[in-house]
Design a protein around this ligand. Structure first.
Ligand code: ZN
Length: 241
């Protein structure tokens, strides 16, 4: 590559770098934005799970209470039946035995009534918690929905920008030889979007390592593509282009 061609290539690469720095940043955002949204979503889902767990608890309490209420009803019927039988008994022994049985059933009845009251209490306690958690979950859902809308709009805008810049990019690549372009593109990929850096005050603009006088001469001569020995980026002197 003759000096004039090297300069021409460097100029083209500098122009391309401007586009690629933007594209790199757009692509980084396209990658990072959904992850940030994912965190908001995870928080919302955590609150929703908590809310649903409490709702399930209420369902369980109700189910248990209804079962106890059925038990209570049959216990009451048993007591009525036992009382009827009691009236027909002839011997004192039979009478006392039945009476004892009825007392036991009444004790069971009382326990069931206590259980039912306790389950009512449990339900109203958890219902208050559910109401509170519903407010929290709704707020998180609204926050997530708003954030998602914002991120979706940002992503659409970023994709549009990338498309525009990609079109500009293919024009900017014209006239750069394939080997140099491939080398440059690898650097963009591996050096966080920055492949072309000027040397300012004898220091590489990418890694800030001082360039020796031999390097400096090569940069001034512009006879080949020069790369920083430390960070491997393509370096140039702005004044020479
Ligand atoms: Zn460097």
């Amino acid at each position: 590559m003759a000096g004039k061609d090297v300069k021409d290539t460097l100029r083209k690469l500098v122009a391309l770098q401007k586009i690629d720095a933007e594209v790199y940043e757009f692509k980084r955002l396209i990658k990072d934005l959904p992850a940030e949204l994912g965190q908001v979503k995870a928080l919302y889902e955590k609150k929703l799970t908590r809310y649903r767990e409490l709702e399930a608890k209420i369902f369980e309490f109700d189910r248990a209470r209804k079962a106890k209420e059925l038990d209570l009803k049959s216990k009451e019927q048993d007591i009525v039946k036992a009382n009827t039988v009691l009236m027909t008994l002839k011997t004192n022994r039979e009478y006392q035995a039945k009476l004892f049985e009825i007392e036991n059933m009444k004790a069971d009845q009382s326990l069931l009534e206590d259980d039912i009251l306790r389950l009512f209490d449990d339900t109203s306690r958890v219902a208050a918690e559910v109401a509170k958690e519903k407010v929290v979950a709704d707020a998180e859902e609204a926050k997530y929905a708003a954030e998602k809308q914002k991120v979706d709009a940002q992503l659409k805008e970023l994709h549009d920008k990338v498309a525009t810049f990609e079109a500009q990019r293919s024009v900017a690549c014209e006239g750069i030889d394939a080997t140099t372009l491939a080398m440059y593109e690898r650097l963009v990929e591996n050096r966080m979007g920055l492949a072309m850096v000027p040397v300012v005050n004898e220091v590489c603009g990418g890694c800030y390592m001082r360039q020796n006088s031999q390097m400096h001469n090569r940069l001034k001569l512009c006879e080949d593509i020069v790369r920083c020995e430390t960070c491997a980026r393509i370096i140039y002197l702005e004044a020479e282009l």
